[in-house]
Ligand binder design. Structure first.
Ligand SMILES: NC(=O)c1ccc[n+]([C@@H]2O[C@H](COP(=O)([O-])OP(=O)(O)OC[C@H]3O[C@@H](n4cnc5c(N)ncnc54)[C@H](OP(=O)(O)O)[C@@H]3O)[C@@H](O)[C@H]2O)c1
Length: 311
């Protein structure tokens, strides 16, 4: 299949491109800086999705496109930018007549009062769903892997702080997923027509509170950690101390922290039947993210995604 990957220089997209090539697809990527792209894609297109008229050529002759874009780094107006980007892409992909779009969004129940970041991810999903193609959405919580902004925050906190005073969000449940599993689902959906036009929730095999996630990560990193939850500390205040302790850009860290109040756990498990993979346990995912274990090689990836490796 001729596939376009947007966000191909990002944490998820840069791992998706080689996996799609291994699965036998022709891959084209879109980036705002083609000269800076050093991945294995056969074709590189330059364009900015926020700027209609600059990126549409990337969709010509494409069967399926992955939408892996967000604008969090741009600051407080990220939701407006992501809304505009999604509208531009939806219009262009519909006009180009492509068959499928696959979007990786966020988990979380809207009736719970989602954070601005999670609400924005859901709004993008709604906008993309208006296109004339079949949209597949995969909703995920924190993705564990090297280079994931959300996991980098966890990693830096446990490496730099022996004691954490936290608000009650440490009791919120989440379902982290290994980057290798996210890639296996993203690639797998392309071969399963039943996933076209539908939304799925993806998660790893364990549900953890954020407290457990921090404590387990600290244990794997061989760090001691004492967590003291106090009811008076607001999520906004904890965002400020995360600024002091980590080097995650404020514009990215704050929306993520304000989302910690939302339970992000898989409720709908249909994807496990449609794209059966052997899911990675949390400890292995963290060991890989911390460089204590290598990520699965192409033969392992192919086996997990139940496809034959290319000879
Ligand atoms: N990381 C996680 O834990 C996590 C969890 C759940 C869901 N997700 C979802 O996964 C998707 C990918 O996230 P990520 O962590 O891989 O993000 P990332 O590493 O920050 O990458 C973002 C990508 O967006 C591209 N981009 C941004 N603005 C653009 C624009 N105006 N035009 C064209 N490209 C633009 C960037 O490409 P260039 O700079 O090359 O142009 C970059 O490759 C997002 O939808 C995110 O919500 C991530």
């Amino acid at each position: 299949m001729r596939v376009l990957v947007t966000g191909a220089t990002g944490f998820v997209g840069s791992r998706l491109v080689p996996a799609l090539i291994e699965a036998g697809h022709d891959v084209r990527v879109l980036t705002r800086d083609a000269d800076g792209y050093d991945g294995p894609a056969g074709e590189v297109c330059e364009g900015d999705i926020l700027d209609a008229g600059t990126f549409e050529h990337a969709l010509e002759g494409i069967d399926a496109a992955y939408y892996l874009i967000h604008s969090m780094e741009s600051g407080t107006d990220f939701a407006a930018r992501d809304r505009r980007a999604a509208h531009n892409f939806q219009r262009a992909a519909s006009e180009a007549g492509i068959d499928r779009v696959l979007y990786l969004g966020g988990l979380g129940e809207t009736r719970q009062g989602l954070s601005e970041h999670l609400m924005s991810r859901r709004e993008v999903e709604t906008i993309l769903a208006d296109g004339s193609y079949d949209l597949t959405t995969l909703r995920a919580a924190i993705i564990v892997g090297e280079g994931s902004s959300s996991f980098a925050m966890v990693e830096q906190l446990v490496h730099r702080l022996p004691v954490m005073i936290t608000p009650k969000w440490v009791r919120t449940e989440c379902q982290p997923i290994a980057i290798a599993d996210v890639i296996a689902y993203l690639v797998g959906c392309l071969d399963v027509p039943e996933t076209a036009g539908d939304t799925f929730e993806i998660g790893g095999p364990e549900v953890l509170t954020y407290r457990e996630l921090l404590e387990r990560t600290a244990g794997i990193a061989d760090r001691s950690l004492f967590i003291l939850p106090v009811p008076v500390l607001s999520p906004k205040l904890s965002a400020y101390w995360v600024d002091l302790v980590t080097d995650i850009p404020k514009a990215v860290a704050h929306p993520l922290i304000l989302g910690l109040k939302n339970t992000v756990v898989v409720d709908d498990t249909r994807i496990e039947e449609l794209v059966p993979i052997e899911r990675t346990d949390f400890t292995t995912a963290v060991e890989r993210a911390l460089g204590q274990q290598t990520e699965p090689d192409s033969a392992e990836r192919a086996e997990r995604a139940q496809i034959e490796p290319e000879r």
